[in-house]
Design a protein around this ligand. Sequence first.
Ligand code: GDD
Ligand code: MN
Length: 248
Amino acid sequence: MASQKMKTPKDSDKYSVLLPTYNERENLPLIVWLLVKYFSESGNKYEIIIIDDGSPDGTQDIAEHLQKIYGSDIILLRPRKKKLGLGTAYIHGMQHASGNFIIIMDADLSHHPKFIPQFIRKQKESGYDIVSGTRYSGIGGVYGWDLRRKLISRGANFITQVLLRPGTSDLTGSFRLYKKEVLQKLIEKCVSKGYVFQMEMIVRAKQLGYSVGEVPISFVDRVYGESKLGGNEIVSFLKGLMTLFATT
Ligand code: GDD
Ligand code: MN
């Protein structure tokens, strides 16, 4: 007891998982089941916050059902009336998080909960402020994307690396663990609202001197439903990149 160091796991550590959903009724039961399984096995304290943006497919009904099954201390529902974008969904969800760590991930099973214990171990290893899942280092990879989508992702990473030199391998990925106070600070600094948010967050994190650990992850394209990343998200990514380039 006397020799407790910063790195030692604390019983008080709690992980709040933010799950933004838009038309994910087929995926939500399985992702929640997997989260419960891996957290129960690891014994870490956790909660799952589902932020549904008025999905027309009735995702919110499924979420309410899951809350009945797993209990309202495990599943928190923080819906919004309409589709307001991914970046603000995270901010909205975080305001209700009771954990001292926040995990952000997709709800469509592209991000497998089996990596979370590795994120947690990595964080504790060096007390990292952020642990970022990376598809572009080590055994990380992307499965099931067509060439167009691969080029968009690689291209976005590449030009951001060249222009801003943040020095982490996956800038547009969104499977990450944050210390809550770090995420709060970053959110205050970030201006973007859509998918570009992920990139802005990690770039600003580096500028502010936060430490970032990486865990290679496999990203598997969704089986059910479709991606919400459209042409307008690409345009706002480029705008966001230019703004960051001009202002940092
Ligand atoms: N609440 C809410 N509101 N959720 C949303 C919204 C929104 O406006 N838009 C998307 N989502 C949810 C989806 O339901 C899913 O759980 C997650 O956000 C990711 O959306 P996808 O549409 O599946 O994204 P993707 O697979 O094309 O993109 C992935 O790769 C991008 C580039 O690496 C994601 O990991 C992105 O986060 C990532 O930026
Ligand atoms: Mn997806």
